[in-house]
Design a protein around this ligand. Structure first.
Ligand code: PEP
Ligand code: MG
Length: 579
């Protein structure tokens, strides 16, 4: 019987093969009572394993492969530091003495205690640091005499898929040279370092499949789809056939994509295009850098307010995040969108009422910020303060017209004035843009262009409001079509008006990352795109293979066409050869 399980996919393509199940884990440890005279030897086993772990981590840190993710060094240093912490270095010894138990059991008790403490933390980021600490204990455990694991580096092991409880980033270093074609873990969190580093390794991998080790047997055949986080145990022959084809296609596409990572994003006729990244957390930065984004085109700051805390993030908390963003992106632009709360993004502390009949048409985005000036200015002050340390820019969401925009700009002036009075440094020339995602702002674009330094089109909302489709209602998703002639006409109008006024325009809605629309958008005159980092290389490949001069005529024809089916046919013709 075939079984399908889901976890967090770290990408890396597809692996098909037999599992290699690694059971040696703290989870499988049982207690053993010791005689008093055995205690000293048990403590020695522990201290030997800690020393062995330290040597191993130091060796890894001194021999980091050139292509390893940039943060691996810092992570290894942190792990080495943890070995000095009393919670790791001496607590298990105290447990061996007090419980008169084996060292494995002492490590397990200490790991459970620490895990419980981390689980009680309210901050999501700190909560996930649990994995970093537990991985150090796991590593000591694996270094205890008798628990050594064979990575198959000598080629003796069959090339299978490793199924294990957890892997630390330090373990991942072995992977490229090991005999395994992918890995699956029971443990793992979205922002754990294993996730962040694992994503950059290009190895088929899934983490966080809770019962993987229990359900997979050594003689099963498994398919690991790292892109979708899907594990299939003993697939039907037809499914296996399809995955083999997908696997071959993925490898071919991947080789092509990584070859263009460092190339400049320029069309065949020499037009430069900017591909930036949309992010909603500082933890996405590594992926942004790996994909060589031009900058951050959209930082969805409202996620700071939605992180589960039941209070308003204050100015200093916000500053810390913006400062970190500014610093890590160096001179590259980082566009921070002010809180786009309300509608579908309501924080726990409920600044706005959830009772609105039509929240998407209610007090949302800039409307909410203007209704709560103190809240808005706190955020503006935090961004301004951080602007002193990098290339931060401000983007105002849900602007519906010039009046509203002017009100927001005067709040910004007020915040600047306050900082000047307080003698706090900020970038006086900070660039300010408006999101164009309400149809009225799109139609009245000329009145907006004279007030801002740039605009960014939010096609997710623009399409929602233009076509009257609730973006969160699956029953009307079938009506969502970016190729609707009304959408194309409005986008063209906004892009061309901005280009004529010399005001930079980008698209930061999902359309920007859809490689099937790249040529059409280039033909409309768009030169700046902002998307999820994982789409950057795919869109880049289309840019590199497009001659804008050659597509102009066909794009003009598409923009004059009223019939959706005909538009779709013409767009297929426009995209000929890109897939
Ligand atoms: C948009 O509306 O296109 C957009 C980028 O913003 P969000 O999806 O966060 O509303
Ligand atoms: Mg929006």
């Amino acid at each position: 019987m075939s079984i399908i399980l889901h976890g967090i996919g770290l990408g890396g393509g597809i692996a098909i093969g037999n599992p290699y199940i690694l059971d040696k884990s703290l989870d499988y440890v049982a207690p053993q009572a010791l005689e008093p005279h055995e205690i000293k030897a048990e403590i020695d086993r522990f201290t030997d394993a800690v020393q062995q772990t330290r040597r191993e981590l130091e060796r890894l840190r001194n021999n980091i492969p050139e292509d390893a993710p940039a943060e691996l060094g810092a992570f290894l240093s942190l792990s080495i530091m943890m070995l000095n912490d009393s919670q790791i270095a001496s607590a298990p010894i105290d447990i061996i003495k007090s419980e008169e138990c084996n060292v494995e059991w002492a490590i397990k008790l200490q790991a459970d205690k620490l895990a419980e403490r981390f689980d009680e933390m309210s901050d999501d980021y700190l909560k996930e640091r649990k994995y970093d600490v537990l991985q150090v204990l796991e590593r000591i455990f694996k270094n205890l005499e008798g628990n050594k694991f064979d990575w198959g580096l000598d080629g003796k092991l069959e090339r299978g898929i490793l199924v294990t409880h957890d892997l630390s980033p330090a373990d991942l270093v072995h992977f490229k040279d090991s005999n395994f074609s992918g890995f699956i873990t029971d443990a793992g969190g979205l922002t754990s370092h294993t996730t962040i580093i694992g994503r950059n390794l290009d190895i088929p991998a899934i983490i966080g499949i809770e019962y993987a080790r229990a359900l997979v047997h050594e003689d099963d055949l498994i398919i690991l789809d790292g892109m979708h986080g899907v594990l299939i145990i003993n697939p039907e022959p037809l499914i296996l056939e399809q995955y083999k084809k997908l696997q071959a296609k993925w490898s071919k596409d991947q080789a092509k994509l990584s070859a263009i990572r460092k190339e400049e994003t320029v069309t065949l006729d020499g037009v430069r295009v900017e591909l930036s990244a949309n992010i909603d957390s500082i933890h996405d930065i590594e992926e942004v850098k790996y994909n060589q984004a031009s900058g951050i085109g959209l930082f969805r700051s409202e996620l700071l307010y939605l992180s589960g805390k039941n209070h308003l993030v204050d100015e200093d908390e916000q500053f810390a995040t913006y400062f970190e963003l500014a610093k890590s992106m160096k001179k590259a632009p980082v566009i921070i969108r002010t809180a786009d709360l309300g509608a579908d993004k309501n924080p726990m502390w409920n600044l706005t009422q959830n009772t609105a009949r039509n929240p998407a048409l209610g007090l949302t985005g800039i409307r909410l910020s203007l209704a709560e000036p103190a809240f808005f200015r706190t955020q503006l002050r935090a961004i301004l303060r951080a602007s002193h340390y990098g290339n931060l820019q401000i983007l105002l969401p849900m602007i519906s017209g010039a009046q509203e925009l002017k009100q927001a700009l005067s709040q910004l002036e007020y915040a600047k004035e306050e900082l000047r009075d307080e003698g706090i440094a900020f970038n006086e020339e900070i660039q300010v843009g408006a999101m164009i995602e309400v149809p009225s702002a799109a139609f009245a674009i000329k009145s907006i262009l004279s007030l801002v330094d740039f605009i960014s089109i939010g096609t997710n909302d623009l399409i929602q409001y233009l076509l009257a489709i609730d973006r969160n209602d699956e029953s009307v998703t079938y009506l969502y079509n970016p190729l609707h002639p009304a959408v194309l006409k409005l986008l063209t109008y906004v892009i061309r008006s901005s280009n004529r006024s010399g005001v930079p325009v980008s698209i930061c809605g999902e359309l920007a990352g859809d490689m099937n629309l790249t040529r059409l958008l280039l033909g409309m005159g768009l030169r700046k795109f902002s998307m999820h980092s994982s789409s950057i290389l795919k869109v880049k490949q289309v840019v590199l293979n497009t001659n804008i001069n050659e597509i102009t005529e066909l794009v003009a024809k598409i923009l004059k066409t009223e019939n959706i089916e005909r538009i779709e046919e013409l767009v297929d013709a426009l995209n000929f050869g890109i897939n």
